[in-house]
Design a protein around this ligand. Structure first.
Ligand code: UDP
Length: 340
């Protein structure tokens, strides 16, 4: 199967691309490198440097035998979205609208979309199930919810088979592919920057939440387990799959275990042997206190099982990636860019 991975130069898109290639699929990565990295494109993938809103590039790629689209390209920072919502409505919503239009014209009817736990906001009950009432607390979450609804409408009207995977907090790395944002805002990479000596202390955003230690609780999932879910979702949108034509199915992806910011810090101290000093900072706007997933639906319907649910393994793999970063980047070399 030829898969168009939109946003395949980012953290999750690059890991999923590697897993698709290992499973024998052909991969075309389309990415404008606005936040991704050229050297993160999986070796063996074709690379088209273009925006998802570049209709000519997207249509040319789709018309070259693509059977399935995986769509990762998005802005994904809660704090930034509060300050600049326009960027989120433009990139996330208009970008996906353009992609869906190009898919309809090209006759590409299978889609796997990167959605997020941020669509739920402050949950009414825990763990969060897919049919919980969505009450997103940030423009980021609202923009992703809008996309999920848009995909639902397109699926019904135009016969798409579509899956939205609602990620909780993704962590860890696989060989050669891991998390590398600039600026970095996520907890585990920021903790590891302190351990690597790049930053003096971790700013803990809020210690007065109504949680046992006062810091926010999140459900961390290994990026390799997340990639497995993408392969299952790809199969589900196929001719004999669980998500047939005209259907859109939403699946949560988490481990069902929550860890507080302080628990993440303690794990990272054990893994790295570094004391990782902290400083107390204000709450970050848009952050819910607790997000923990129920992933029963994807377990029951697609047979997904997390193989690496331990926080220690995620932090260990992320730490290995941080330590090997420069070396691996050189040994991989850049993917060859295709002109469109
Ligand atoms: N966090 C923190 N310091 C940081 C980065 C994050 O205290 O430098 C907190 C953040 O407020 C949230 C949790 O860690 O409670 C997870 O944040 P992250 O940005 O990793 O993921 P999110 O839950 O926003 O998707």
């Amino acid at each position: 199967m030829k898969v168009l991975v939109v946003g395949g130069a980012g953290y999750i898109g690059s890991v999923v691309s590697s897993r698709l290639l290992a499973a024998g699929h052909e991969v075309v990565v389309l990415d404008d490198l606005s936040s991704g990295h050229h050297d993160a494109v999986a070796p063996g993938a074709e690379f088209v440097r273009a925006s998802v809103q570049d209709d000519r590039a997207v249509s040319t790629a789709l018309n070259d035998g693509v059977g399935v689209v995986m769509h990762f390209a998005a802005r994904s920072l809660v704090g930034e979205s509060v300050l600049h919502p326009e960027l989120y409505w433009s990139t996330n919503v208009q970008g996906t609208r353009a992609l869906l239009d190009a898919m309809r014209r090209a006759g590409t009817r299978r889609l796997v979309f990167s959605s997020t736990a941020a669509t739920y906001g402050e949950p009414g009950s825990l763990p969060i199930e897919e049919d919980a009432v969505p009450r997103p607390t940030s423009p980021y979450g609202r923009s992703k919810l809008a996309v999920d609804l848009m995909i639902e409408d397109d699926s019904l009207a135009h016969g798409l088979s579509a899956v939205s995977l609602r990620y909780f907090n993704v962590a860890g790395a696989i060989e050669g592919a891991g998390e590398r944002h600039d600026p970095e805002t996520h907890l585990i990479p920021n903790v590891l920057r302190v351990a690597a000596g790049e930053v003096e202390a971790l700013a803990v955003f809020g210690d007065d939440y109504s949680t046992p230690d006062g810091t926010c609780i999140r459900d961390y999932i290994h990026v390799d387990d997340l990639a497995t879910a993408h392969l299952l979702a790809l199969e589900a949108t196929g001719p004999d799959g669980a998500v047939g034509a005209g259907r859109h199915r939403v699946y949560n992806l988490g481990n069902g275990n929550g860890f507080s910011v302080r628990e993440v810090l303690d794990t990272a101290r054990r893994v790295t042997g570094h004391p990782i000093p902290t400083m107390q900072a204000d709450r970050r706007p848009g952050d819910p206190a607790i997000l923990v997933a129920s992933s029963q639906r994807i377990r029951a319907e697609l047979g997904w099982e997390p193989r690496r649910p331990g926080l220690e393994e995620m932090v260990t793999d992320a730490w290995r990636f941080v330590q090997n970063r420069g070396r691996e980047r050189h040994s991989r070399g850049p993917a060859v860019e295709k002109e469109i």
